[in-house]
Design a protein around this ligand. Structure first.
Ligand code: DAH
Length: 344
C-alpha cells in the first residue's frame, strides 16, 4: 500500500469516527466506539500495521497523519463526553429548580376562635367602661365557694363538678372567684370583666373539662337589674350584629339575690319556629347566669351592703361563639383540627 493510500484511509477513519459518535448519547457507548478505533485491536491500530509496507523515507509523514487522526479521535471523545455532562447538569438543574414554580408558602397561623371571641368581647365591654380583671386558675376554696356564699356542705357546690387539688385548693370551676379577688383589693365603684379558663369534671357535646367563661361585676351606689339588661343589649348588638331582645328568668345562684338566667332572642329563627334546632322552638337562647350581688358576699369582702348594690354575671365564651358560628359540638373547638379552625 502506498503512503498516500494509507494517509487517505486513516484520514477517512477520522471522519467516519466523527460521524459515528455524533448521535451517541451514553458515556459507555462513546467509550466503546473509542476502543473500536484506538484500542489494541481497533481499526486505527490495525491500519498502523500497514506502516511496515511504507518506504522508510515516507514513514515520518504518514506517522504524523496517524498522530493527528488519533488525537482528533481522542479530542472528539473528550468533547462529546463534556457535552454529555453539560446536558446532564442542565437537566438536573431543570429538575430541581423550576424557577417558574410559585414559592412554597409557610403555613400561616391564626388566633383560635375562642381567643378571637375573647379579644372581641373584651373590646365590646371596654366600650361601655369595663376593665379586665384577672385571677389564678388554681384558686382556694375560700375564693371559689366560701366567699361566694357556698360554705362547705352547701348543696350548690355540686352545681360545679370541681377538680380538687387538696381540700382547700381547686382548679377554679368558674370565674366568679375573680369577683372576690377584685372586691378584696378594690373599693367601689367596681366595674370589671374577668375572662378566663375554668375546669369542670364534665365531658359531653356541650361541655368540655376545660372551657372559658367571662365574669362581669359592677358595684356602685345605685345599680339595678335594668342596668344589667342594658349591658346585655349592648353585648348582643355588637357581638351578633343584630338588636335582639333580652329577657331575665328567675333562677338560683347562691352568690346573687335575685338570681336570673339571661336569655336572648333566638338569632336563627328570631321567633320560635317549632323546627328551629337552636332554640327548640322556644324563641329564646340562654346565654348567661346573673343577678344582684348577695349582701352575704359583700359581707365577706367588707363592702357596705346598705350603701352599695351591684350586679354580676357569668357566661361561657364557647357558647356564645358556637351560637354565632353554628358549631354544634364544643369538641370541635378543642380537637386541634386545623381544617376546622382555619374557617374562622
Ligand atoms: N358562676 C356561675 C357558673 O359558673 C355563673 C354565674 C351565675 C356567675 C350568676 C355570676 C352570676 O356572676 O351572677 O355557673
Amino acid at each position: 500500500m502506498s503512503a498516500d493510500d494509507l494517509i487517505r484511509q486513516v484520514d477517512n477513519l477520522g471522519r467516519v469516527f466523527a460521524a459515528e459518535i455524533e448521535p451517541l448519547a451514553g458515556e459507555q457507548e462513546i467509550r466503546n466506539a473509542q476502543a473500536r478505533y484506538l484500542g489494541k485491536k481497533g481499526t486505527v491500530s490495525q491500519l498502523m500495521k500497514q506502516m511496515r509496507h511504507v518506504p522508510a523515507a515516507q514513514r515520518k509523514r504518514v506517522g504524523s497523519v496517524f498522530n493527528r487522526v488519533k488525537s482528533s479521535i481522542a479530542d472528539a471523545v473528550a468533547a462529546k463526553l463534556r457535552q454529555l455532562e453539560e446536558v446532564d447538569k442542565a437537566s438536573d438543574l431543570a429538575r430541581t429548580i423550576d424557577v417558574t414554580l410559585p414559592g412554597r408558602q409557610g403555613a400561616i397561623g391564626r388566633l383560635h376562635l375562642v381567643t378571637q371571641v375573647w379579644n372581641e368581647v373584651v373590646e365590646i365591654f371596654s366600650e361601655i367602661g369595663f376593665e379586665v380583671a384577672e385571677g389564678p386558675q388554681i384558686d382556694t376554696d375560700f375564693h371559689c365557694f366560701e366567699a361566694l356564699a357556698m360554705p362547705k356542705g352547701h348543696p350548690a357546690r355540686d352545681m360545679q363538678d370541681t377538680f380538687y387539688i387538696t381540700d382547700d385548693v381547686v382548679l377554679r370551676p368558674h370565674t366568679s372567684p375573680v369577683q372576690i379577688r377584685t372586691m378584696t383589693s378594690q373599693t367601689p365603684p367596681v366595674k370589671i370583666i374577668a375572662p378566663g379558663v375554668v375546669y369542670r369534671r364534665d365531658d359531653d357535646p356541650t361541655h368540655s373539662p376545660m372551657f372559658t367563661q367571662l365574669e362581669g361585676l359592677l358595684v356602685d351606689e345605685v345599680v339595678g337589674l335594668s342596668d344589667l339588661k342594658g349591658v346585655f343589649l349592648h353585648l348582643i348588638r355588637r357581638f351578633y350584629g343584630k338588636s335582639l331582645e333580652v329577657r331575665f328568668r328567675p333562677s338560683y345562684f347562691p352568690f346573687v339575690e335575685p338570681g336570673v338566667e339571661v336569655d336572648m332572642q333566638c338569632a336563627f329563627c328570631m321567633s320560635g319556629n317549632p323546627a328551629c334546632r337552636v332554640c327548640k322552638g322556644t324563641g329564646w337562647i340562654e346565654i348567661s347566669g346573673a343577678g344582684m350581688v348577695d349582701p352575704d358576699v359583700f359581707a365577706h369582702v367588707d363592702y357596705d351592703a346598705e350603701k352599695f348594690t351591684g350586679f354580676a354575671w357569668g357566661m361561657g365564651l364557647e357558647r356564645i361563639a358556637m351560637l354565632r358560628h353554628n358549631v354544634n359540638d364544643i369538641k370541635h373547638l378543642y380537637e386541634g383540627d386545623v381544617r376546622f379552625l382555619r374557617q374562622f
